[in-house]
Design a protein around this ligand. Structure first.
Ligand code: ATP
Ligand code: MG
Length: 373
């Protein structure tokens, strides 16, 4: 079939592999329209790739990480690069399909909250009128969203910052200059930038930026070649600790890989950046606290009979909030509503995504269950 050949070409897979690939897509509906998405990278197609009424929305690529700035950065880039802040929220891709602006999460879900927030916070129609084949890629940050909770003093509720403009089907990025021009032209907020550098000068520049970000508890940086095609990430010690704190507050819900990777990041950063044994010792003490203290707190909470899990607050049109709660429950999340109020016509809900594995295991161990180890 011609349509199949075209879809295979668009996705960049041999036609003979198309059926096997499509079988991996998950089928969903959003606002009455059927769509499918790929939750894991398959056949070389990025995780999060979605197909809405035959229209392909390419997944956002995974950004490699370097554990050492020197020689990690100069090895990865051949020419000049820009250093931008890595914002700690969640990845959204914004596309216009059949006249509707849609917001996709990292794994390719059309999330009611994300889509509505995109429509409220951005006015992307002028952009899509001029660039119908492109999508905006950005980070949704701020304290009020269903997926992440990192606070930024300058963000009250939610905000979207663009870091890429990409071709919707192929995922090919625009050059950094062009992206900046477009964002300025259409009034789209961008991630903060720390300037452009030659590869040889970048490690020192990043180290300075990272030291400042670390003091402010911010996440890190993403470097990008000026043509947009190469990216590289590097994160602060504050983030490694915050990740560990979060994971060890729900110790039986997080995989061992998650924990090990954070510790390894910290090891290499210490080797490259610490100037004295005292600095490394202090790092070790802080790391230990970020592991043990939240876990102890959680076991105590279970002991007191409290619920444990990630807490989030969302604010929006009552119909959107209802659709969001249904969407989350459809993904088999068990939610406990802690507060449910209204202000200025908006519904504001605080809920906990119940961490069942942590709750159940903790209860059992407190009751004396043995471990086979
Ligand atoms: P993966 O890279 O496989 O998605 P991950 O979800 O753990 O893994 P992160 O470690 O958070 O990814 O790093 C990549 C993500 O960082 C991007 O998907 C994007 O959402 C986010 N991000 C925040 N700020 C930027 C930025 N300035 N440039 C590019 N990405 C950014
Ligand atoms: Mg992230």
């Amino acid at each position: 079939m011609d349509a199949d050949r075209e879809l295979a070409a668009t996705l960049g897979v041999p036609e003979g592999e198309l059926d096997a690939l499509l079988e991996q897509f998950q089928h969903e509906t959003f606002e009455g329209r059927p769509y499918r998405h790929l939750s894991d990278a398959r056949h070389g197609v990025e995780r999060g790739t979605a197909i809405v009424e035959g229209v392909v929305v390419r997944g956002f690529p995974s950004i490699p990480r370097t554990l050492v700035l020197d020689p990690g950065v100069p090895k990865h880039f051949e020419g000049r690069l820009t250093i931008e802040e890595k914002r700690n929220g969640y990845n959204v891709r914004i596309a216009r399909i059949d006249g509707d602006v849609l917001g996709f999460t990292r794994s390719g879900y059309l999330c009611p909250y994300t889509t509505n927030t995109v429509r409220e916070l951005l006015e992307p129609d002028a952009f899509f009128d001029d660039h119908p084949d492109h999508m905006l890629c950005g980070e949704l940050i701020g304290p009020e969203n269903p997926y992440t909770t990192h606070d930024y003093p300058e963000v009250d509720s939610a905000r979207i910052e663009v870091f890429d403009v990409r071709h919707r089907e192929s995922g090919t990025p625009l050059a950094v200059d062009r992206r900046r021009e477009i964002c300025a032209e259409y009034g789209l907020a961008e991630v903060p930038s720390f300037g452009e550098y030659d590869p040889e000068a970048a490690p020192e520049a990043v180290a300075e930026v990272i030291a400042d970000l670390d003091r402010e508890g911010r996440e890190g940086v993403v470097m990008q070649s000026l043509d947009g095609t190469r990216q590289l990430k590097y994160t602060t010690s504050a983030t490694h600790r915050a990740d560990l704190e979060h994971a060890f507050s729900l110790p039986f819900d997080y995989g061992r890989d998650f924990l090990f990777s954070r510790i390894i990041r910290e090891v290499f950063q210490a080797v490259e950046c610490d100037r004295t044994a005292g600095e490394s010792r202090q790092r070790a003490q802080k790391l230990g606290e970020s592991i043990l203290l939240p876990a102890i707190e959680t076991v105590r909470a279970v002991q007191r009979g409290e619920s444990v899990g990630e807490e989030h607050t969302v604010r929006g049109d009552p119909a959107v909030i209802e659709a969001l709660l249904t969407h989350l429950r459809d993904q088999r999340l068990s939610l406990e509503i802690k507060r449910d109020t209204r202000a200025d016509g908006k519904r504001i809900v605080t809920f906990v995504k119940v961490a069942a594995a942590t709750r159940d295991n903790t209860r059992e161990y407190l009751d004396g269950k043995l471990r086979d180890e």
